[in-house]
Design a protein around this ligand. Structure first.
Ligand code: SAM
Ligand code: SF4
Length: 339
């Protein structure tokens, strides 16, 4: 791949934040049922006909890249359930001045596809794994697939999709005693571990502030065993990184609720059914699918996408507002928005 040329982003909001990162949900469906994400019997799926086709996706992403997006993260639901995932990645990689491409996955299919995805142009993966116990994995996800995840991570490393980032959500009384073992395992296996605070975005409405495990809780627990020193450069990254025992290994904590990082946010989102959002917690979405399926010419559609991107960016609020007393969570859950 050639060197990434960084043009000035045209996607600048009213607070001066330049948007560089587009999170693209490829499907809202999933092969797991993580309790903090969706109930075991969840069935409120987006209709198949409403999902953007691969051609539509590539057009929208192409216009976003022309306007300054330099990083595309594919997510879901579970993005590896999209059968033509390698084709999607190859298409993004074939765009003029292609962006960096990464993927957030539960890794159940990763062992099968890691090499193909790497060959198609994928650069990195984030894998979600909350426990080192196969039994607890089954309890937390309603599926007996722990070993598939471990094999998936190994395959990603062998394919050179490195460093593999592993994301863990800790739940009080369920897996919060695993912070130290998870970090020890991550250090021993070259995983780049990040803990994510549980957010009020689950379809089952289980989130409650008094029972969430906070970034402070996680930091204090890890400091019982390790010395954590803040890594000075953070930029727009959501994780606060810490050197573990002086480094070079690090651990990240994504404190979306208790220490929000909205002032440095450079992210826009495209849902699997073609809605642009300027924040995970936004209450508004702007439809690009109808535009793509209209009778307009290709040039008019591209201009329309550009205008939508600019409008959505300009409408971005300074922060997600979770900590405001009158906060109302978005209508759609994380799995439909794209995590
Ligand atoms: N299925 C893929 C996966 O699990 O990696 C991608 C989508 S998932 C929604 C993306 C990330 O969101 C995962 O790391 C998951 O742990 C996290 N997540 C889901 N629900 C969450 C919640 N309520 N609070 C915090 N993180 C959550
Ligand atoms: Fe699926 Fe990811 Fe949600 Fe778990 S967190 S249920 S793997 S979308």
């Amino acid at each position: 791949m050639g060197e990434l040329r960084v043009n000035a982003s045209e996607l600048v909001d009213t607070y001066g934040r330049e948007h560089r990162d587009l999170r693209v949900s490829l499907t809202d469906r999933c092969s797991l049922r993580c309790t903090y994400c969706m109930p075991a019997d969840f069935s409120d799926w987006i209709a198949n006909g409403s999902l953007l086709t691969t051609e539509e996706l590539l057009t929208v992403i192409g216009v976003a890249v022309e306007n300054g997006i330099t990083q595309v993260r594919l997510t879901g639901g579970e993005p590896l359930l999209r059968r033509d995932i390698a084709h999607v990645i190859a298409g993004i990689n074939a765009l003029p001045n292609p962006p960096r491409i990464s993927l957030t996955t539960n890794a159940l299919r990763l062992a099968e596809v890691a090499q193909d995805l790497k060959d198609a142009g994928l650069q990195r993966v984030n894998v979600s794994l909350d426990t080192l116990s196969a039994e607890r994995f089954k309890e937390m996800t309603h599926r007996d697939r722990f070993h598939d995840v471990i094999e998936g991570i190994k395959a990603a490393q062998e394919a050179g999709l490195t460093p593999v980032k592993v994301n863990s959500v800790l739940l009080k009384g369920i897996n919060d005693h695993e912070a130290i073992p998870l970090l020890k395992h991550a250090l021993a296996n070259d995983w780049n571990l990040r803990f994510i605070e549980q957010m009020p975005l689950d379809a089952g409405d289980l989130w409650a502030r008094p029972i969430m495990v906070t970034a402070n809780d996680i930091q204090q627990e890890l400091e019982r065993e390790f010395t954590l020193t803040p890594v000075p450069t953070r930029g727009s990254a959501p994780a606060e990184e810490f050197y573990v025992d002086g480094g070079p290994a690090t651990v990240g904590i994504i404190a979306s609720v208790t220490r929000p990082f909205c002032s440095a946010c450079d992210r826009l989102r495209l849902t699997a059914d073609g809605q642009f959002r300027n924040c995970l917690f936004a209450r508004d979405e702007t439809d690009v699918r109808a535009l793509m399926r209209s009778d307009l010419t290709d040039a008019q559609k591209r201009e329309g996408i550009r205008e939508i991107l600019q409008t959505v960016t300009k409408a971005k609020l300074p922060g997600h507002g979770i900590n405001d007393p009158n906060f109302v969570k978005p209508e759609r859950p994380m799995s439909a928005i794209g995590g």
